[in-house]
Design a protein around this ligand. Sequence first.
Ligand SMILES: Nc1nc(=O)c2c([nH]1)NC[C@@H]1CN(c3ccc(C(=O)N[C@@H](CCC(=O)O)C(=O)O)cc3)C=[N+]21
Length: 286
Amino acid sequence: MAQLIDGKQLSNQVLQKVASEVEYLKGEYGVVPTLAVVLVGEDPASQVYVRNKVKRAKEAGMGSIEYRLDTETTQGDLNQLVAQLNNDPQVHGILVQLPLPPHLDEDEVIASIDPAKDVDGFHPLNVGALAAGQASLVPCTPQGCMIMLRQVHQDLSGKHAVVVGRSNIVGKPMMALLLQADCTVTMAHSRTRDIESLCRNADIVVAAAGRKELVNADWIKPGATVIDVGINAIEADGKRKLVGDVAFAPVSETAGAISPVPGGVGPMTIACLLLNTTRAARRQLA
Ligand SMILES: Nc1nc(=O)c2c([nH]1)NC[C@@H]1CN(c3ccc(C(=O)N[C@@H](CCC(=O)O)C(=O)O)cc3)C=[N+]21
């Protein structure tokens, strides 16, 4: 049976580090690292994530401000709120929850966030810095995945990693971080031919395709490490249940290590968001 990579437990370690950094910034500079979260619309899943982020921020001693805008919010109103937060010295991190309602332009909103406050790491300047291997605010989910991988592999050098999924928020930044860790990286996606045998050659598989239980046991080399980034809500016995992009039960009999859903990448993402917020606050010290 595979080793379980416990994201819940590991995220608590990261959050402890965040809490001590918060104490330091308060004690030494009188600064309370503060995250502003902007949610447009009523999507129930987004509301759960935002509530979790705000809760964890409070637990770490950070400030958090939640902005809930209704679905009909205009691009102008949203841009104006972002501009106000950019100019507010009490706000160190800005997160605009995605996806936005279809009438709003996500790229435009992201580009309007001050790159120094872009704790998601989605601004083109931060994307470019990551691609060039320069320190920056790194997207939270891939950052969390790297911390999980380092639990299993003290040295990632030369490992063959296959990333399944090419999104801007997970797949592409994941590729950059694995490359920086000297992995050999293959990007696989919905158009990849014979994706199963490609994955079967991998030492590490990061599943971020957004397709529930896509990755099965016959995709995985015995002993390989599997990180499951999927969050797919399904109905089971009339209840809402989360499953990943990996068929957990069968894959955990083949893999050497595997992260679960829930309790894997999700909590790590939130912990890294707060870590980014303390980093942003530190860089904004006058
Ligand atoms: N600008 C932006 N930044 C984001 O980081 C961002 C976003 N938009 N939009 C939505 C996705 C999704 N996301 C999650 C974070 C934590 C959990 C999480 O903690 N999940 C728990 C379970 C929670 C539950 O039961 O629903 C777990 O996996 O154990 C899930 C999903 C961040 N996102």
